[in-house]
Unconditional design. Sequence first.
Length: 280
Amino acid sequence: MNKKRSMIGLAIIALAITIIVSGCTTGTGPTATPGATETPTEKIELTVFAAASLTDCFTEMKNAFMASNENIDVVTNFDGSQALRTQIEQGAYADVFASASTKHMNAVKDAGYMVNDTVVNFANNKLCVITPKDNPANVNTLSDLANPGVKIVIGTPECPVGAYAVQIIDKMGNDSAYGPEYKQKVLDNVVSKETTVTMVVSKVALGEADAGFVYVSDVPQEYKEKVNIISIPDNLNVIAVYPIGVLDESGRQDSAKKFVDFVKSSEGKAILEKYGFTGV
């Protein structure tokens, strides 16, 4: 009887081990490895890191892409390009990176995070100055930015829109139409430096600042009702170049390349132009 009981016990233990091993090797989560070949019928989740200035544009872009690629779900993470770069460098997972600056793309390329032959420039952007609709500081021209007491908000030096703003202020300071003291007066009026262009737009629209340097693409219809726009002449402006590419760690590289190709397609360009970007 004891022998029979022992045999039954061993059988039960063997069965339990089989179940445990089976459970460990047939998980339901994604187990894709970098460069893995995708099964056409599997549901794929694609993670896209994109600059904050692309928020509205890439929200429509991903929806249009998913409409024609029903097996792919696109998850977007919008933030300042410098913040996204840091996240990538610290190990955050992404399949695609779209930056508002070649500086930050080149940094992750040089560090080996990108599939280099997938990286392309896909859009251009320019800057403008916005003021609150009621314009309490009477900022109507670029010259008015140097008036005493004007509260100006720009991006941080690490944030592309902040670096571009400083370049423009430098150009204006070297232009005889504005005078040698213009640059310092404008910089003295800067009361806040934000980590994303979205925060700059928000502060001005809410009346927390008298003026802000933002991308032309960051003044969509809903904000146009809350702000005034002062254009910056081309000779004083800068061209912001936006690159996009596939991450080397991506386990969905076929789908990631497909998304990049969609952004560059005629349909993708039409969406970009709708939001104020120009093609490359």
